[in-house]
Design a protein around this ligand. Structure first.
Ligand code: DC
Length: 212
């Protein structure tokens, strides 16, 4: 059972995913953190983020591990580094390379498998590409000014908008809702309201599955 939570930056994915995972007693995978760790690896190797071969070589040579919201690169906790402005500026370019995505998507699927096959997974392409068979798919959105305000402490609004536009227009696994995803505009909703909707979908899915 995978619960896929996709959407742009500042839509509320991380908060909602963490709370749903807690309520449902499921592990939570933030796939953005895995792309950010890949970006740290690329930058540390001096790879140009726009250069697929150089980025791929850096990522293939790196051991990325994710657990409970923290991320390690070759045994070093790089969680803080993944949240730097330098990484935010390069992560869209790094994650646009199809070969890099293949490696990182394998890691994400293996992570869910290693955690028993059931998890709350948040990202951009979880419902469309990584887990198209997910039991529940939601796509969170919010008005641009709301997303910018939520991310203000971490990222300049113009940079966030640029990143979202790039993520949504890339050729491989662009940011977009799956055809069977429920799209929720979180602009005027509380976290608990969004969480209640997602948990409601999970419980409904569980009831349907047990009656099949
Ligand atoms: O959620 P985040 O801001 O930490 O994500 C950082 C970047 O990683 C985002 O701009 C695009 C990329 N990403 C992706 O391409 N696919 C995902 N499933 C998750 C993130």
């Amino acid at each position: 059972m995978v619960i896929a939570i996709d959407g742009p930056g500042g839509a509320g994915k991380s908060t909602v995913a963490a709370r749903c995972a807690q309520l449902l007693a499921l592990p939570h995978l933030d796939t953005g953190a895995t792309y950010r760790a890949a970006t740290v690896a690329a930058l540390r190797c001096g790879a140009d983020p726009g250069h697929p071969e150089a980025v791929l070589a850096a990522v293939m040579g790196a051991a990325i591990r994710y657990e409970s919201g923290q991320v390690w690169l070759d045994g070093e906790d790089v969680t803080d580094a993944t949240r730097s402005a330098e990484v935010a500026a390069a992560v869209s370019a790094v994650s646009a390379h199809p070969q890099v995505r293949r490696v990182i998507v394998d890691l994400q699927r293996a992570w869910v498998g290693a955690h028993g096959g059931a998890a709350v997974v948040e990202g951009r392409d979880i419902g469309t590409v990584v887990f198209p068979q997910a039991s529940v798919k939601v796509f969170l959105t919010a008005r641009p000014e709301i997303r910018a305000a939520r991310r203000a402490a971490e990222e300049d609004p113009a940079a966030l908008e640029r990143r979202d536009r790039f993520d949504a227009s890339r050729e491989t696994s662009p940011l977009r809702p799956a055809a069977d995803a429920l799209v929720i505009d979180t602009s005027d909703l509380s976290v608990e309201e969004v969480v209640a909707t997602v948990v409601g979908l999970v419980l409904e899915d569980g009831r349907q599955t047990s009656c099949d």
